[in-house]
Design a protein around this ligand. Structure first.
Ligand code: UDP
Length: 445
């Protein structure tokens, strides 16, 4: 960097793993471009500073109650952060600005969920950029939701409708990320911001990106997949859950493409009754599986395991490996893994695509249904199924992906997409990153 004064960026993630991880990846990438990095974060779910000795971590008061924290209610937590953190973050940022001597905060990069930061940055006269941890296609659905709202169609009469949403190509009404109880204004709040960074499945979303730019005239910097560029194993680590590396030794002893990796990310989970059905379905499928069961999924895992029928216990012992938290990127990159049963969070979706692993889609909420639709009907590397958590259905869908010709064809298509994504990392994504750096520097000259 030419200037004597060093340029510092403040990055602000919300306290969700699927948002913290890509923000830290972005920070790692921008640090490699010469910026100093500050991460302003909530106390709840704070990242582990010891993994990032080069970054400055500053916590702000998040006003979250213990009940909110234990409920893990995404909407409720997001809403509290947007309404109750303005003054604590403002105080913190003012303190940071005044204490810097040989550095200048040149830009705030905040997650799109924390839209209150837009006006705060303006008040502090700091340039800001929105970081979106979701697909361009999902961003387009916000526009569709606004249209539906203006025509009086929200809340939807039939949220399970399979009719296609006008102008959203293959998306159906049931794929829309609408929380019926929530005013979609919240989601639309800062969609029209001029500067956005999005960790896209680059090249796979050109059409949605073009549509977004056409609709909103925004400058987008599609950079990604971020984990491939940042290439830092710590970015994915979870402070509260120890990653199990034993599962890698277990994978080392399995045949190529023989293992189904099963994980619902950091928030979604099965109820205990469903967990029993999943165990039955996985066991009866007679396929090898690596299964992430986060501790909060079930009150007492050993009691639950004991309660399983003898044949399911046997199947689990013979063909399964169960962990609390997996080194997911390493798992997906392992040659033994031939399929992923996923909730289709955007990070998991991209991580799977990057390794050429096809997906059994079990979306829960938000953008997951959009991602599932992209995987199954646009890229054709995901299986849409009835989503009924019942052991016979599960056995069928697992065999469709792991044994049948249908699954084999998906694996081949997924390998082709992996190649396309790899090329984009060094091509369009790299250009976009250089454009972003130039843009940040130019607004500060
Ligand atoms: N993850 C992981 N180990 C696990 C489960 C999840 O490292 O056992 C990571 C995964 O690699 C991904 C993130 O947690 O980066 C989950 O993000 P995603 O957007 O897929 O879903 P969310 O948790 O936000 O619903």
């Amino acid at each position: 960097m030419e200037s004597q004064i060093r340029h510092r960026l403040v990055l602000i993630p919300p306290p969700f793993q699927g948002h913290i991880t890509p923000m830290l990846q972005l920070a790692t990438i921008l640090h490699s471009k010469g910026f100093s990095i500050t991460i302003a974060h909530t106390h709840f779910n704070s990242p582990d500073p010891s993994n990032y000795p080069n970054f400055n971590f500053i916590p702000f008061f998040d006003a979250l109650s213990n009940t909110q924290i234990s409920s893990k209610n995404f909407i409720d937590i997001t809403s509290t952060l947007n309404t109750k953190c303005v003054s604590s973050l403002k105080e913190l940022l003012i303190h940071e600005i005044t204490k810097l001597t040989h550095e200048k905060i040149v830009c705030i990069i905040y997650d799109g969920l924390l839209y209150f930061i837009d006006s705060l940055a303006k008040e502090l006269k700091l340039p800001s950029i929105v970081f979106r941890t979701t697909s361009a296609t999902n961003l387009l659905t916000y526009h569709a939701c606004a249209e539906l709202q203006s025509k009086g169609y929200l809340p939807l009469q039939d949220s399970k409708s399979c009719d296609l949403v006008p102008e959203l190509n293959l998306l159906r009404f049931k794929d829309l990320p609408i929380f019926n109880s929530t005013n979609p204004d919240d989601f639309l709040q800062n969609i029209t911001k001029t500067l956005s960074i999005t960790p896209l499945g680059v090249s796979l979303e050109d059409s949605s990106l073009n549509q977004l730019q056409h609709l909103y005239k925004i400058s987008l910097f599609p950079i990604g997949p971020l984990h491939m560029i940042a290439n830092d194993p710590n970015n994915n680590s979870n402070k509260t859950l120890q990653e199990s590396h034993n599962c890698i030794s277990w994978l080392n002893n399995q045949a190529r493409n023989s293992v189904l990796y099963v994980s619902l990310g950091s928030i979604a989970s099965w109820e205990e009754k469903e967990l029993t059905e999943v165990a039955g379905g996985l066991s009866n499928s007679r396929q090898k599986f690596l299964w992430v069961i986060r501790p909060e999924t079930v009150n007492d895992v050993s009691a639950w395991s004991e309660s399983l029928s003898e044949d399911v216990k046997e199947g689990m012992a013979a063909r399964g490996c169960v962990v609390k938290w997996a080194p997911q990127n390493e798992v997906l990159a392992h040659e033994a893994v031939g399929g992923f049963w996923s909730h289709c969070g955007w990070n998991s979706t991209l991580e799977s695509l990057c390794e050429g692993v096809p997906i059994i889609c079990q979306p829960y909420f938000g953008d997951q249904r959009v991602n599932a639709r992209l995987l199954s009907h646009v890229w054709k590397v995901g299986l849409e199924w009835c989503n009924v958590i019942e052991k016979d259905e599960i056995e069928r869908v697992v065999r469709r992906l792991m044994v049948d010709q249908e699954g084999e064809e998906m694996r081949q298509r997924a390998m082709k997409l992996k190649h396309v994504i790899g090329q984009a990392v060094t091509g369009s994504s790299s250009d976009s990153l250089n454009g972003l750096v130039k843009c940040i520097l130019s607004v500060n000259i």
